[in-house]
Design a protein around this ligand. Sequence first.
Ligand code: URA
Length: 280
Amino acid sequence: MNDFNTESHSQSPLSLLQWYLDSGVDECISDDATDWFEINATAAPKPAQPNRSNQPAAATRPAASAAAYPLQATDQIAATAKDLVKDCKTLDELRQKIEEFDGCALKKTASKTVFSDGIAGSDLMLIGEAPGVEEDRQGKPFVGASGQLLDKMFAAIHRSREENLYISNTLPWRPPGNRKPSDAELHICQPFLMKHIELAAPKVLVLLGGTAASSLLDSKVGITRLRGKWHEIEVAGRIIPVMPTYHPAYLLRQPQTKAQAWSDLQNIRDKLNELDGSKA
Ligand code: URA
């Protein structure tokens, strides 16, 4: 008889849950609550998938969670988010306001709000995609395997979270099952990110991976073509140089791309030196 046979687990629900966890099943929810009675009774059509740009959504964006936000609601929720943080004067205030916000469904399934790590006020700020399972547990960005690689990469240009590096994400809550953030979620949380950048006031921004790059540069161009070149964004009237580069999770899967990432890192180091020199 096999090990997870009914008898032992019916006597020990905890051991069954542990078995699920050990097997990698760490969610017992779907993105949206489903009213099966309603569906059976009316077979109602689903709301249209929201699309903040009125252009075809990227194929990788999930439709399931987008259905949680009817089209007209997404703009309204984003406007509420913007209004909530518009008067924040410090990063602590901003963190508090984000923790109060209930407009993004991801917050309900996340166990922690992941705001930032590192030195606030550093001249270099990194933006990743969204917290993963370990970040959700610890409440800090990039603490899992890709975070370890990230630390090594930036150590190579003499940057560390303990001294001179500040890190955040496009979203402060983990998407269930580590799926990609939807356009609607990115749109709703964008006012938080913009305020975060405004208050952290870095001299240089690094966007880690396609989600951060396409969201902040408002571009449909992939990371392979965006990386390695300087871009600019305007935040609260200030122009900030931006370097998109590969996400460390991608580098772990495709180690042959590390040479390009190293070239981006050297570029970032040189830009910071140049800006530091022009201060004097
Ligand atoms: N990947 C991200 O993009 N951000 C994190 O915080 C962790 C993994």
